[in-house]
Write a protein that binds this ligand. Structure first.
Ligand code: AMP
Length: 278
């Protein structure tokens, strides 16, 4: 695997190895890699000729300073995992490479998507996500972009971004990889104490329970029960909502597919997850 810290060096690499028929698959990450990230690398290797991964902890998408400063960094281990997975190129840019002097953040018209759920609880988060993804897509110019379904709303936002920018990139959404007890793999799981880690599995159990009862109980009852259950297990719930999987707006009986989305805190660690049903 070749590691580039500078955009110009990556661009020069592409120029030197210019092969018009070779396709680039891109996996943007914030590092502290786990098997979920690696499943995106594997999907890219299957679908594209060259796989590029980026590791960049993007300050502009953190609305909470403590979450940013405590974000786990495990770069040596990340490099090992990427090499083992057969990633071709790792882009490891500094802040000034991504946001050089004079960079002016555009405003992206994301509509209601940036104000609901994650957007409501993390003001500015999705504008920050779009800033970094826009920059990275300009730099890497991939044909394929691999995203994890774990960040369901982020997948919708980036799909919208690609429409706004009229990009031809093909977005592929990869299913959530879970630990044996159902907890969605996440870099933030590293910050859980052993006791919190045990409790964290209750998020997925609650999602599954709501999915099983989705045709028997009304949405408000299901959401209320789930929140109460999570809170009795020590969580502080930001939201637990059943939504139309196509729009993320509150679900209606006629929706073809629904998604149950949740964000909850265990002390100072915020976890998100979702489950698509129907
Ligand atoms: P992050 O480093 O958290 O920004 O995640 C980078 C990419 O990996 C995003 O597209 C995530 O949705 C995806 N991802 C994170 N966790 C998982 C998981 N458990 N399974 C599959 N993809 C994931």
């Amino acid at each position: 695997m070749i590691i580039y810290k500078r955009i110009n060096d990556l661009k020069e690499h592409f120029y030197r190895h210019k092969d018009r028929s070779a396709s680039i698959g891109f996996v943007p990450t914030m590092g502290a890699l786990h098997k979920g990230h690696i499943s995106l690398i594997e999907a890219s290797r299957k679908n594209a000729d060259v796989t590029v991964c980026s590791i960049f902890i993007n300050p502009s998408q953190f609305n909470n300073q403590a979450d940013f400063t405590k974000y786990p960094v495990t770069i040596e281990n990340d490099i090992l995992q990427l090499e083992t997975a057969g990633c071709d190129i790792l882009l490891l840019p500094s802040l000034s490479e991504i946001y050089p002097d004079g960079y002016e953040a555009p405003h992206y018209e994301l509509g209601y998507l940036e104000n609901i759920l994650e957007g409501a609880f993390r003001p500015g988060h999705f504008q920050g996500v779009c800033q970094v993804v826009d920059r990275l897509l300009q730099i890497v110019e991939p044909q394929h972009l691999f995203l994890g379904e774990k960040d369901y709303q982020q997948c919708m936002v980036i799909t919208r971004l690609a429409e706004i920018l009229r990009l031809k990139v093909k977005i592929q959404i990869i299913p959530t990889l879970r630990e044996k007890d159902g907890l969605a793999m996440s870099s933030r799981n590293m910050r859980l104490t052993p006791a919190e880690r045990k409790s964290a599995a209750f998020i997925y159990a609650t999602l599954k329970k709501a999915a099983e009862q989705i045709d028997q109980k009304d949405t408000l009852t299901l959401q209320g029960d789930a929140k109460q259950n999570l809170e009795s297990h020590g969580f502080k719930v930001d939201y637990f909502e059943i939504a139309d999987a196509a729009t993320l707006l509150p679900s209606k009986p006629a929706d073809a597919k629904k998604v149950i989305v949740v964000a909850a805190w265990l002390n100072d660690v915020r976890l998100i997850d979702n489950l698509v049903t129907g």
